[in-house]
Ligand binder design. Structure first.
Ligand SMILES: Nc1nc2c(ncn2[C@@H]2O[C@H](COP(=O)(O)O[C@H]3[C@@H](O)[C@H](n4cnc5c(=O)[nH]c(N)nc54)O[C@@H]3COP(=O)(O)O)[C@@H](O)[C@H]2O)c(=O)[nH]1
Length: 799
């Protein structure tokens, strides 16, 4: 039985060695190497113990119990020390890579040398060894103490193990714990036996075998089971990763034969996977795609990997783009090279890039071309003009810059709507473009303004081109079902005579265009230095006007208005005056149009309204309650969407009744947008404000229009009054007064300069009059002096 149990123990210890030794060829684990080599020593010592056992044939020298024990004890101590060392040395997780040969073979040699030493001592020098067994007494104290020493080492190992098992371990700690625990128990039995065949000795051997078995299990688990499990897990993980990859994955041979498809996406394949495997790419893919795969395989074969080769495939849902990534699989030299090919569907990316390219192209186009007409815009025109000027400079050539502006384009927009206006602009742009030579550029500058650059063109040629353009633009356009005829005005500036740079030339072409308009439209006009002077003056006025209110340069004069029935001063017209420190007194006839064109008229108009109402308030407070004050409205003011609110707020803020304010609106302003004018006047009239129609008779208002325009007074223009002494002039004024009377409106004659004019007006029944004959526009103090004289009962005018 002893031999059987020992035989089993030797075999298991040898297995521990075999498994551990081979595992160390693939992994670096010092603990395993220690146990493996150590337990080979244990197996050899146990073999010596078995062979020396009493009852066995003599092993080199006569066998004895003591001889057996002398092989036994080193084996036990070796096992105990090995286990203790194995749990003391930190266990590292499995690391791929072979243990260095020198380390493995060195450890083995060390163990074998130790074992050989024990063999030599026990066989040839037994007398040097202490007594371990004395028949018939049995085991000596030394032997028992030695066995307890082994037990103590095992207990120490168990303690270390328990301490290590508090946390996760990189080895099979429970199996190792069981192995050490059982071996320790077995050793206790070996301290108790008397005869080699008693039950303690037997039990000790059984426990020893069991302990070895657990040790084997621990080594097997750590070196074979665990790596296999980790491998299975890692393969599972790899498959999960592969499943998550949205690409096609194939394994191919060097010549492009499909071996495997670890990741299948049938929807990205023209043919099912089953039909692909075993075939070559040339048989499956169209030639350009197959060529891309071969190129990728060649590259991966040469460099280990390849990326970026692309091809397209026509699939059921349309054309798809694919990009290849190929990696060469590590194989042994004798194996056929294999490649993992990842085919990524990059259709969305390609489409997004294409979309981005298109968007960039669109943005570039928007940045350089006018959206409505497709003509170059300001930016593009500027760059082309600068280039053309540089070229003209180098070649000493002329260049003509034309500013084309449509005449009365606004009327088209107002009467036919902006869609018709847009259609007209598109048509005009097309016609302008058709007139251009390859070297010319026409651009839309916004609204109905166009600029044309004509390189290599002298003044004579520019005039001919302008004539041709005017003639072309004069032709009718079919817009909104009707033939529309729009003329245009062209201003021309010549390089180098009129300017050397873009800015100057453009300003001068614009000034020339203004002149063409002033000449009656449908004209072209070359720039002349006089225009420059005029426009410089206008620019000066415009700039100076900006600070006029803040610097207190504005004031109001008041021209008295007289009731012709009794000669009383009943009102005044507020007239704006501007005195500039350098420009001196500037006439409103000069600066009001500039203020209008630059938009400053809104602020200036507000100032006039507030100042006039404040003055009126003071006069009314001073007892002139019947006095009214007329304030002129410009076109821009009249078009203010919040005009009613502006007027009402001013009245309320200053505390003047609406009836005391009269707003003067010229007939031409009222006729600009008749329907809107009727509505605005109606709102103001409803608010109680009086309205008079200035310059009456100079415009084209019809009776029906007059009937709907809720003004209370017609102001007979100076030009009619000045001709009143002639029969036809008299007839005109009479007609105006009769119309007004018929419509229930008052009349006021302006510009009365002679007693005869005044007499005629009275005879015709005109209600009121103002003019130099009666009084010029007066500063506040002088006007107040008149009021004071009237209040004191003096007659101010002779009727
Ligand atoms: N929008 C605003 N327009 C204004 C304002 N103040 C003036 N104006 C307009 O400027 C134009 C020139 O005005 P002005 O130089 O003040 O000339 C006015 C009178 O001085 C002049 N007048 C008055 N009586 C006579 C006369 O007997 N003979 C004669 N030759 N001229 C005379 O007429 C001008 C007043 O005209 P009208 O307004 O049509 O009543 C002028 O168009 C002003 O309207 C302002 O605050 N806002």
């Amino acid at each position: 039985m002893h031999e059987v149990l020992e035989g089993m123990a030797i075999v298991i210890a040898a297995l521990v060695f075999a498994v551990g030794w081979n595992a160390c060829r693939m992994n670096i684990q010092r603990n395993v190497l220690l146990l493996a080599c150590g337990f080979l020593g244990v197996a050899l010592l146990d073999a010596g113990h078995t062979l020396s056992y009493q009852g066995m044939p003599d092993f080199v020298t006569p066998n004895s119990v003591a001889k057996g024990i002398w092989f036994w004890l080193p084996a036990r101590f070796l096992a105990a020390f090995l286990l203790l060392a194995a749990v003391l040395i930190p266990w590292r997780a499995l690391q791929p890579g072979a243990m260095p040969k020198a380390q493995r073979w060195g450890s083995l040699a060390l163990v074998l040398a130790g074992v050989a030493l024990v063999y030599v001592l026990v066989i040839f020098f037994p007398d040097t060894l202490p007594l371990v067994y004395v028949p018939p007494a049995g085991l000596t104290h030394f032997k028992i103490a030695a066995e307890y020493g082994v037990v103590a080492l095992h207990l120490l190992t168990l303690g270390v193990l328990l301490w290590r098992m508090r946390g996760p371990t990189a080895f099979d700690a429970p199996a190792l714990f069981a192995a050490v625990g059982i071996m320790a128990l077995g050793e206790v039995f070996f301290t108790r036996y008397v005869s080699a065949s008693d039950q303690f000795n037997l039990l000790g051997h059984v426990y020893k075998v069991l302990g070895y078995l657990y040790l084997y299990r621990a080594i097997f688990q750590g070196t074979i089971e665990a790596p296999y499990r980790a491998l299975a897990q890692s393969e599972q993980k790899l498959q999960t990763v592969l499943d998550a990859i949205p690409d096609l994955l194939f394994e191919l041979t060097r010549d492009g034969r499909y071996l495997r498809a670890p990741r299948q996406r049938e929807e990205l394949l023209a043919v099912p996977v089953s039909e692909i495997l075993g075939r070559k790419v040339d048989d499956v893919l169209p030639p350009p795609a197959a060529a891309a795969v071969h190129a990728a395989l060649d590259e991966a074969h040469a460099r280990g990997r390849s990326e970026g080769h692309q091809f397209t495939l026509q699939l059921a849902d349309g054309e798809h783009w694919f990009e290849l990534s190929v990696a060469r699989v590590q194989t042994d030299d004798w194996e056929e090279p294999r490649f993992v090919l990842l085919s990524r569907d990059i259709t969305a990316r390609v489409q997004a890039l294409e979309e981005r390219r298109r968007n960039e192209e669109r943005i570039r186009h928007l940045a350089n071309f006018d959206v409505l007409t497709g003509l170059p815009n300001r930016k593009m025109f500027a760059s082309r003009l600068i280039q053309a000027l540089a070229l003209s400079q180098r070649s000493h050539a002329h260049l003509a810059l034309l500013h084309v502006d449509l005449d009365r384009f606004k009327t088209v927009n107002d009467s036919l709507g902006t869609d018709a206006g847009d259609a007209l602009l598109i048509d005009i742009a097309r016609r302008l473009q058709a007139q251009m030579r390859p070297e010319d550029t026409v651009a839309r500058y916004g609204g109905d303004e166009f600029f044309v650059a004509l390189p290599l063109t002298n003044a004579q040629e520019a005039a001919q081109r302008a004539e041709a353009l005017l003639a072309e633009l004069r032709k009718s356009s079919q817009i909104a079902g009707q033939a529309l005829v729009v003329t245009s005005s062209i201003g021309i500036a010549m390089y180098p005579e009129d300017g050397q740079d873009m800015q100057t030339l453009m300003q001068r072409a614009e000034a020339a265009m203004d002149k063409a308009k002033a000449l009656g439209r449908d004209h072209y006009c070359f720039f002349s230095p006089e225009m420059q002077t005029a426009s410089a003056h206008v620019l000066r006025i415009e700039n100076a006007l900006r600070t006029a209110i803040a610097q207190g340069q504005l004031s109001l004069h008041f021209q008295p208005q007289w009731r012709l029935q009794d000669g009383r001063l009943v009102g005044a017209e507020a007239l704006l005056r501007w005195t500039h420190p350098e420009l001196g007194r500037v006439s409103p006839a000069e600066f009001i149009p500039v203020a209008e064109a630059s938009g400053q008229i809104i602020a200036i108009g507000q100032w006039v309204l507030d100042t006039a109402l404040a003055q009126l308030r003071r006069w009314r407070d001073a007892g002139h309650a019947e006095l009214t004050l007329a304030v002129n409205l410009s076109l821009m003011q009249f078009r203010q969407p919040d005009l009613l609110a502006v007027v009402q707020q001013a009245l309320a803020r200053i505390g003047v009744p609406a009836q005391a304010l009269e707003l003067e609106l010229t007939e031409s302003i009222a006729m600009q947008e008749p329907e809107k004018a009727i509505a605005t006047v109606q709102q103001l009239a409803a608010a109680g404000v009086q309205l008079s129609l200035d310059d009456f008779g100079t415009g084209y208002s019809s009776f029906s229009y007059l009937q709907r325009l809720q003004v209370h007074c017609l102001k007979i223009d100076h030009s009619f009054v000045s001709h009143i002494e002639a029969p036809r002039g008299l007839a005109v004024v009479r007609a105006i007064i009769d119309v007004a009377a018929g419509l229930g409106l008052q009349t006021i004659a302006e510009g009365v300069e002679t007693p005869a004019q005044l007499a005629a007006l009275r005879t015709l029944g005109c209600d009121m009059a103002q003019g130099y004959l009666l009084a010029r526009p007066l500063p506040q103090a002088e006007f107040e002096a008149l009021l004071a004289r009237q209040a004191s009962g003096q007659a101010l005018i002779d009727l």
